[in-house]
Design a protein around this ligand. Structure first.
Ligand code: ASP
Length: 589
């Protein structure tokens, strides 16, 4: 090896040893007859010293070095006269007597420091330099440790890691596919997997019993901070299990990660039905780091000649503790917040409970003091509290109130990065009606099993009973949520051909489409498919949440930007005319 030690490991007990270090120049400083260089590698920084009096030509050489030059330096370790307690190696320095420049560097386009001067776009373009910064290195180290712990846990539980193909046929997970043209099959395309869903089910048919894979998935959808077109899942499947077995196994995985990575012993995760999650938090991924549960007010607010309430399907509010003295300006700000198109409420009603207990509201004209008292007692509001109320269509009101609750949680500093509140959301509806396309969609995916008791509703619907409300069909489906972020989700699957066919019919597949797209799976179900179920976790997202961060991009070595571009390699990019010809593709734009 070119080095005897790394730049992070030398301490006082090594004093007197002669060592060779390799690394990058972080900084060169001159002080009188001395030149100091901070030499950096993945493990840390060590100070090199050159003395003009002892070795003038070497010292001269050192003064010529630029940032990010790559060096090999040999010398004796000495105790520093001016120790730096902020550096792990801050007690020592290397008195260099041999220096080799392994490579030069152009001046980097931004500083390789924790607080860099480089903007996002520039750092993405020179991602390999950005990755030299501590933050990014630490993020990838965390990711690595999460992967190791996950594998350890699953291996101990007898799961086998099995790879599935990347060039497949469409699996509907609710996004668009990325496709790959086939040269050997003109006019035909592979699809990149949105997940290995059907393959992992086939592995269960094959008898593998417990499968997992840290696997790339590809989804062509609009990007946000917590989405990338290409991301990693911890994908898992088990045979001969109930929903309870799956929740226990993977709660075990989550607890193991909390224990080993964050040094936290977690209590059993609470479980909330989808219905209650929507009713109490307006979201199927509630942030439980703070309270402010929704309180529904239809019974105490209707019939007071206040049109907004009288015409509303739902009137619901939250109690924000300690904000009873919010000023007019602050309340106007909140009104503006809920009226933003992304939130979509038409207005905000408030009741302030002053520290003395007097009530002042924006609906004093319609509500007497006893009326207001009846409302605030539903919240068990105390002097100094602020009640915020929204009204309108049920779904929209819940969703806007969810945004308002999160906004208040953020304003009050209740969504603390170091606090973790995991929960399971269970009993999801199987299907969702879409107004625009006028049809049902699978809430999870088409392979999720309805709960056995609800299958009769599906049969009724298929036999033409218009009244059969398919939105009432529940699924054995579950999500793991941490701090308001969906970390993973899964379900018990259909393992019977007839039921799978029925579900595909409900989802609008013709018999031919069902057979051509999923015939392979339904055929497999005819050869002894065991009952099975599974789950997949968003690995990038989980790592991001554990780090208390927001953007999954910071936990991916080479991510894409918001337009789905890799600005470093400049992709996607056109391909050569010959290549297009070979693929039988003609571009018409
Ligand atoms: N394949 C599903 C997904 O990607 C997860 C699962 O059902 O196991 O969301």
């Amino acid at each position: 090896m070119l080095r005897t030690h790394t730049c992070g490991e030398l301490r006082m007990e090594n004093a007197g040893q002669t060592v060779t270090l390799c690394g990058w120049v972080q900084r060169v400083r001159e002080m009188g007859g001395l030149t100091f260089i901070d030499l950096r590698d993945r493990y840390g920084i060590t100070q090199l010293v050159f003395n003009m009096e002892i070795n003038p030509s070497l010292c001269e050489d050192a003064r010529q070095l630029g940032r990010e030059f790559v060096l090999s330096a040999t010398g004796k370790i000495a105790e520093r006269s001016n120790k730096n307690p902020k550096m792990e190696t801050g007690d020592i320095e290397i008195l260099v007597d041999r220096l080799t420049i392994l490579n030069t560097s152009k001046i980097p386009p931004f500083t390789i420091e924790d607080n860099t001067d480089g903007g996002e776009e520039l750092r993405m373009k020179y991602r390999y330099l950005d990755l030299r910064r501590n933050v990014n290195r630490k993020n990838l180290e965390l990711r690595h440790r999460m992967a190791i712990e996950t594998r350890n846990y699953l291996n101990n539980e007898k799961f086998l890691e099995i790879e599935t193909p990347y060039m497949i046929k469409s699996t509907p997970e609710g996004a668009r596919d990325f496709v790959v043209p086939s040269r050997m099959n003109p006019g035909q395309f592979y699809a990149l997997p949105q997940s290995p869903q059907t393959f992992k089910q086939l592995l269960m048919v094959a008898g593998f019993d417990r499968y997992y894979q840290l696997v790339h998935c590809f989804r062509d959808e609009d990007l946000r901070a917590d989405r990338q077109p290409e991301f990693t899942q911890i994908d898992c499947e088990m045979s001969f299990v109930t929903q309870e077995d799956i929740l226990e196994t993977f709660e075990g995985l989550a607890k193991q990660l909390f224990r080993s990575i964050l040094k936290m012993e977690m209590e059993n995760f609470p479980r909330l039905t989808y219905e209650n999650a929507m009713r109490l938090y307006g979201s199927d991924k509630p942030d439980l780091r703070f309270g402010m549960q929704f309180v529904e007010l239809n019974d105490v607010t209707k019939g007071k000649r206040f049109r907004v309430f009288d015409e509303a399907e739902l009137i619901a509010g939250i109690n924000v503790p300690g904000c009873g003295e919010y000023s007019r300006k602050q309340l106007d700000e909140l009104t503006d917040f809920v009226k933003r198109p992304q939130v979509g409420a038409t207005g905000l009603i408030y009741i302030r409970v002053s520290p003395e207990g007097t009530l002042r509201s924006s609906v004093d004209k319609f509500f007497t003091v006893p009326d207001l008292t009846a409302i605030i007692s539903k919240f068990s509001a105390k002097p100094g509290d602020l009640i915020l109320i929204l009204a309108g269509k049920c779904h929209k009101t819940r969703s806007a109130l969810c945004d308002l609750r999160l906004e208040m949680g953020t304003r009050l500093g209740l969504r603390k990065p170091g606090t973790f509140k995991p929960l399971w959301v269970i009993d999801f509806p199987l299907l969702e009606w879409d107004e625009e396309t006028n049809r049902y969609y699978a809430k999870h995916h088409p392979f999720t099993a309805p709960v056995p008791g609800d299958i009769t509703l599906v049969d009724q619907y298929l036999s033409g009973d218009q009244k059969a409300d398919l939105e009432k069909v529940h699924a054995n489906a579950y999500d793991l949520v941490i701090n308001g972020v969906e970390i993973g989700g899964g379900s018990i699957r259909i393992h019977n051909k007839d039921l799978q066919k029925k579900m595909l019919t409900v989802l609008g597949f013709s018999d031919e489409d069902a057979a051509s797209q999923f015939g392979f799976l339904m055929n497999a179900f005819e050869y002894g498919a065991p009952p099975h179920g599974g789950i997949a976790f968003g690995f990038d997202r989980w790592t991001t949440v554990f780090a208390g961060a927001d953007s999954i991009r910071d936990f991916i070595a080479f991510p894409k930007n918001n337009a789905g571009r890799d600005v470093m390699i400049d992709s996607p990019a056109p391909i050569k005319e010959e290549q297009l010809k070979e693929l039988n593709i003609r571009i018409t734009i």
